[in-house]
Design a binder for this molecule. Structure first.
Ligand SMILES: Nc1ccn([C@H]2C[C@H](O)[C@@H](COP(=O)(O)O)O2)c(=O)n1
Length: 195
């Protein structure tokens, strides 16, 4: 397994956090002499950044954040769902009126994954992983595949929606791996409770 994704969803236990501590208050004298071990995993970190990014969204119903990470565990793009640049998010609709497409957000919103790809600060995102709060739709899946992203890690899913089913079909055909990380919903809820 790629070392970058080892520990997916694994939060260190207390014993793992401080294996050198015997609970003695002498531990405090002069401070610890060994490295801190209760650091969060890369996956915890990137999913937490995706959750944080989601809180920039103005969507009153669903806030999605996405982060693209390269093979060196460097963040090369972030995004959240929002209106296109130059389109005031005070003027365009945020409703879900499916009977009147032009009066619904669906006609206008740029998805978090698309924004993360478009916002990339590297020449390419080929071989990168994408962390997203919500499983990608078919349109974002097309972009993910074309951009060369090879692993999608997600928290929430709407598996009955045809858009998500089409995304899975395309991911399967193109060997884009997708990993459910529901465990992160806890981390996400802590982050979201802070705001
Ligand atoms: N993978 C996804 C799926 C959806 N979004 C955005 C698009 C909308 O702003 C919102 C979904 O709204 P809902 O139908 O739940 O009211 O989430 C995204 O960014 N990425």
């Amino acid at each position: 397994m790629n070392s970058a994704i080892r520990g997916l969803g694994e939060t260190p236990t207390k014993a793992e956090r401080n294996p050198n501590s015997n609970g003695d208050s002498n531990d405090d004298k002069g401070g610890p002499t060994t490295k801190r071990t209760d650091f969060i995993t890369w996956n915890d970190y990137f999913m937490a950044v995706a959750c944080l990014a989601s809180q920039r969204s103005k969507d009153p119903n669903t806030q999605v954040g996405a982060v693209i990470v390269n093979e060196e565990n460097k963040i090369v793009g972030t995004g959240y769902n929002g209106m296109p640049n130059g389109c005031s998010d005070d003027e365009l609709p945020w409703g879900k009126d499916v009977d009147n497409y032009l009066e619904s957000k669906y006609a206008y919103v740029v998805h978090a994954e698309m924004n993360a790809i478009l916002n990339k600060n590297a020449s390419s995102v080929k071989g990168c992983r994408l962390y997203t709060v919500l499983f990608p739709c078919n349109e974002c899946a097309k972009l993910i595949i074309q951009a060369g992203i090879n692993h999608v890690i997600y928290i929430h899913d709407k598996p009955n929606k045809p858009e998500m089913q089409a995304a899975r079909i395309m991911f399967d055909k193109t060997n884009v791996k997708y990993t459910s990380a529901m465990k992160y919903s806890f981390i996400c809820s802590i982050i979201l409770a802070t705001f």
